[in-house]
Write a protein that binds this ligand. Sequence first.
Ligand SMILES: [Zn+2]
Ligand SMILES: [Zn+2]
Length: 271
Amino acid sequence: MIYFTHEKLSEHLYRIIDFTGVCCYLVVGNKKAYLLDTCNGIGNIKEYIEKITNLPISVILTHGHLDHMGGAALFDDIYMNHDDMVVFKNHGNMTFRIQDTKKHSPVEVKEEDFIPTYKGEIKDIKDGDIFDAGDIHIQMILVKGHTPGMMCPLIQEDRMIIFGDACGVGVLLFDEYSSTVSEYKKSLLHLKEFEDKYDYIFRNHGTFESSKELLDNVIGCCTLILEGKDDHIPVKFHDIELYSCHKQNENGHGRLDGKEGNILYAQDKAQ
Ligand SMILES: [Zn+2]
Ligand SMILES: [Zn+2]
């Protein structure tokens, strides 16, 4: 069974893709390596990335969702913004992890392949913190919205940023932990302060990459929703009733108007 594949994106950055189609990123400097998220925790991602680097590896979780923290227990130095601890604890329940992954995954997943949830210490990350891997540095930018502690890692010297689930083609503002649209818009305006520091935007799902127009388009979505001028199309995300800011195309993974950037929100977030 092949659980992982990877591709090299720059001198220091690798994308690791798990067999369900979720990816995470590996930054390899000349002193140290940082794994940005750990995918679903099915199969041994540690053994896999040890074939790419033999440097010491620390894990930075962008947020506490199960498709990002699932493999964390294979490592012993874990960082995450503590505002996401409540999300991590909720998603860390093994029954929930297995059932939810089965719902999301386009391929069959086996219960016995799951890595147990990480139970050790999680070190906090704050907005602006910089991780030093030697010849490459990672700056953490707080973009709360999708979750309360959501962070975007900026790979400074390579001028790349991981938007992750923070800003994308179908940002989910969907549960009790997600921000309102107005709070989320403030986060995006904070992210925009760094716009001249990167040339490439990467995400963890779908096409994994976006053009630089994405951020302005998602800020535009916030404005439309707050003014009550969005398309407001009812959509179901599993069993949750959400609204799509823009009409989606037939496969449901993009906008009908061909532009990139959309928000799927619960009605109580539209404020
Ligand atoms: Zn997420
Ligand atoms: Zn995700």
